[in-house]
Design a protein around this ligand. Structure first.
Ligand code: DHB
Ligand code: FE
Length: 279
């Protein structure tokens, strides 16, 4: 059977992708951030997951304001890097896993999560930057990817509880797939940041560190954080952190933290990375 072996939480900062693509990771500004990625990349190489379910958000690249699914699963055999205005990133095409993606979609819908089915979706920095963070610059991405897009850009977003419950349903669905696959779930985006308005530039390292701590110490607290608290404490884009709760919900209650890295500032965000493993 398939099983979820681990979860990864990581920021998806676009300029981190640009730093990698343009060979700038060693310069003074970026080095402290990228120094912390080495151990995570080594973990990824050693762990060799067959499939990564990447919970991410589209930033009006695949979906315009004309159509905004709350939760959407990509069931296609491949997903092209999106053109976000400066040409598509020169990173490998993302290969899907249609069989597991359809199984996941069917299970989630029959389990009363109304998932949008996506057959064609260019994937933007929300998905490709986490892959670059964890895998650097390979010729091909080292695993199949099932993109799971969450609306965090347009009110109303799903609640943290809904996201955590979706994670639990993902775990059930994966564990009922009749093929031996090791699956890692990525929760992406965040951490605290605000890109707009009077408080643009807001970063709250205390909030971010407590969030990282409570992914293992007090998940109930995280699940109860209301949207208003994300806005107030973590900025308007800090709400991307609800995607990490899907990752957390997909893991066992006693999942163990095995690595973390937190660095400020990285572009406009507190940049976080955490790896949790099922025992
Ligand atoms: C930045 C962060 C984001 O999450 C994003 O989607 C766009 C930009 C930033 O820090 O620059
Ligand atoms: Fe974002």
């Amino acid at each position: 059977m398939a099983k979820i072996i681990a979860g990864v939480g990581t920021s998806h900062i676009p300029s981190v992708g640009a730093a990698i693509d343009n060979g700038k990771t060693g310069i003074e500004y970026w080095k402290p951030l990228f120094d912390g990625y080495g151990a995570a990349r080594k973990w990824m190489e050693d762990t060799k997951p067959d499939v990564a379910i990447i919970v991410f958000n589209d930033h009006a690249s695949a979906f315009s304001l004309e159509l905004i699914p709350t939760f959407a699963v990509g069931v296609a055999p491949e997903f092209q890097p999106a053109d976000e205005g400066y040409g598509p990133r020169k990173v490998p095409v993302v290969k899907g896993h249609p069989e597991l993606a359809w199984h996941l979609t069917e299970n989630l819908i029959l389990n009363e999560f109304d998932i949008t089915i996506v057959n064609n979706m260019p994937v933007d920095h929300g998905l490709t930057v986490p892959l670059s963070v964890m895998c650097d610059q390979p010729k091909e991405w080292p695993c199949k990817v099932i993109p799971l897009a969450v609306n965090v850009v347009q009110y109303p977003q799903p609640t943290g509880k809904r996201c955590h419950d979706l994670g639990k349903a993902i775990r059930k669905a994966v564990e009922s797939f009749d093929e031996d696959l090791n699956v890692v779930v990525f929760g992406t985006g965040g951490m605290s940041h605000q890109l707009q308005g009077e408080r643009a530039g807001l970063i709250n390292a205390d909030f971010d560190k407590a969030f990282l701590d409570d992914l293992t110490q007090d998940v109930d607290r995280l699940v109860k954080i209301p949207h208003t608290e994300y806005l107030r404490e973590a900025g308007s884009e800090g709400i991307e952190l609800i995607m990490w709760l899907i990752m957390r919900g997909a893991l066992a209650d006693d999942a163990k933290e095995i690595y973390r890295h937190y660095h400020v500032p990285a572009s406009n965000t507190g940049a976080g990375l955490i790896i949790l493993e099922n025992q």
